[in-house]
Design a binder for this molecule. Structure first.
Ligand SMILES: Nc1ncnc2c1ncn2[C@@H]1O[C@H](COP(=O)(O)OP(=O)(O)OP(=O)(O)O)[C@@H](O)[C@H]1O
Ligand SMILES: [Mg+2]
Length: 258
């Protein structure tokens, strides 16, 4: 049996006294692609922000490659992890947000080399080669010296994806990365994600409202409802033969799209 890359074990999360995640159990295998779907407020963003160490779970365990993320083992006991441990484990994780927040004062190339050079200690020349190769792959090989403000939203989002992928994470998290884009640029960004997914090595967790995309790209779709995983399975089973009324109702809203 392969060791899962990501494990959520009975993870709960409350904000103040409101519990928004109510016992999440989820495993993601190396290279596996998961689409996370569910109504607004069901907790999708919170699930992936905890993996990116941007939110701390209230209880439960999250493991990356078998290593607890938010905890550290000391004398056989799990204690709260320090910043150094969090940074180390988080090194395997990349995330692309809805708003791409590129560094505005850096060229596109620099945006893609600064973290590999300054955080990962990659040699400058190697980092530049990797960045150029990746930027060419996302169709921006002719924009290396441009600044973010000179690019369209879709182009900026493709840079944000390239910037994350050059770090060679084991898992990439995408949170509705097309929802802030003009409709005409959505397709080009989804295409880039599809291409990266096809290469296969990286696991992905994608939060998306694009059901056709979710179906095409995912090995498994996970449906979240009110802070719990209500249903999960192969894309066709989930989308064509949903069990619960809630999932049926949820999918009806997208019927015209796929
Ligand atoms: N920092 C926060 N403080 C307080 N409540 C929060 C915070 N972040 C999220 N919540 C609440 O947690 C719940 C889950 O939010 P989350 O953003 O994870 O949902 P989502 O499924 O991503 O929704 P959407 O589809 O609208 O992005 C919501 O009720 C939200 O209001
Ligand atoms: Mg969200």
């Amino acid at each position: 049996m392969t060791q899962p890359l990501i494990q959520y074990e009975d993870v709960h999360k409350s904000f103040d006294d409101v519990e928004v995640l109510k016992g999440i159990n989820l495993e993601v295998d190396p290279g596996e692609k998961i689409s996370l779907i569910g109504p607004s407020g069901s907790g999708k963003t919170t699930i992936i922000r905890m993996l990116m160490t941007l939110e701390k779970p209230t209880s439960g365990l999250i493991k990356v490659d078998g290593t607890p993320l938010w905890h550290k083992e000391v004398n056989g006991k799990l204690v709260e992890a320090d910043e150094k441990h969090l940074r180390k484990v988080r090194g395997d994780i990349g995330m692309v947000f809805q708003h791409f927040n590129l560094f505005p004062h850096m060229t596109i190339l620099k945006n893609c080399t600064s973290a590999p050079i300054n955080v990962q200690g990659v040699d400058k020349k190697v980092a530049e080669e990797r960045a150029v190769e990746m930027l060419e792959k996302v169709g921006l090989g002719n924009k290396l010296d441009a600044y973010p403000a000179q690019l369209s939203g879709g182009q900026q989002q493709r840079v944000a994806i390239a910037r994350s992928v050059v770090m060679r994470p084991k898992v990439m998290l995408f949170d509705e990365v097309t929802s802030a884009l003009d409709p005409e640029t959505v397709g080009e960004v989804l295409e880039v994600i599809r291409d990266i997914a096809k290469e296969g090595e990286m696991a992905m967790i994608l939060v998306t409202h694009e059901m056709e995309f979710a179906r095409d790209i995912a090995d498994r779709i996970v449906f979240l409802e009110s802070g719990k995983i209500a249903e999960e399975g192969k894309p066709l089973d989930i989308l064509e033969n949903p069990n619960s009324e809630r999932l049926k109702t949820f999918l009806q809203r997208f019927r015209s799209n796929f």
